[in-house]
Design a binder for this molecule. Sequence first.
Ligand code: SAM
Length: 348
Amino acid sequence: MAEHLSQSELDYPFKLLEYFNGFRISKVIFSACEQGVFDLLLQSQKPLSAAEVARELGTSEDGMERLLDALVGVEVLEVELTQGTAYYSSTDVANLYLAKNSAKSLYDMIIYQSQTIYPLWNNLGDAVREGKNQNEKTFGLSSEDIFSAIYRSEEEMLKFMGLMNSSWVIDGHDVVNAFDLSRFKSIVDVGGCSGALARELAKAYPASTLTVLDLPEVIQTAQKHFSQSDDTIKFLEGDFFKEDLPAADLYVLARIIHDWKEEKSLMLLRKIHAACNSGGGVLLVEAMLLENHRGPIMAQLFSLNMLVQTEGKEQPPSHYTRLLTAAGFTDVGVCRTGKSYDTILALK
Ligand SMILES: C[S@@+](CC[C@H](N)C(=O)[O-])C[C@H]1O[C@@H](n2cnc3c(N)ncnc32)[C@H](O)[C@@H]1O
């Protein structure tokens, strides 16, 4: 693959140029989402000109026309020319994923990427040089307590929880069905945030009870802003480092281990092993690297994201297997979903 890329790039570096411009494409989508372009086009019964979009959204016509054209260029929007005027409409993909209130909206993910991740990545070079997160340089916050930085205001907490929530809109089904978990009758989603993954688990395993454990302020925010009228999941306030964990058949750790240094991860896994009912287990959900360092690119980029924002990193399955075994778990099974997040199930 790498050989193929370098050979074809020798004539003209198409791919490299696309990579250099990657940040511009991200910004085009972020700006369009923030300005409400996709919502307006979804609501509109007919294609709109740049002048109409600009008028509705209170922007310059010239700026909006260039933004809309770039969105056509990346095939997120469609355009038709009528008597010399360009009329823009959304694609099905934009309607499904980019409009704020659509069924599979990734709007919250985009807002977090735009407003929090993008500024952090501006200091990626320093993160690589120093080998530590850039919360202090980017936001003037201590780099030690990563969740105090992430939850620095109610607004930021809501944005982060929105980001976590939207991942499971697209990945939840594959993750909860990667293994048959029906034998686990009590499941605790440790650090379960808004409860989105627990809801997917409850849907897939209606005979199991689902409890979301997270920090008190996160649980309160989850109940206030993310609860659903038909919720069957329970919420539990607690600190998984400082307090005892409830007994359960299965503990789900989704995107938890990747946040922390190895000693803390191991401490948490040992605690889970001690609390786990016999015959129970633990399900890790992470974006897992390949053992040979060749990808997946998404996990490699997530790992750099962990560098700029946390104290952890993404890892290959062998790393998680080693930690789980050290914590006392056995029968470790790995399931790659082929999408962003993979799973590992281990038993007590
Ligand atoms: C990266 S998020 C993952 C959230 C969720 N598992 C998911 O994948 O959508 C990490 C979660 O761990 C929670 N967390 C961090 N430190 C914690 C602690 N000491 N005790 C309980 N939860 C904690 C955070 O509030 C956050 O919800």
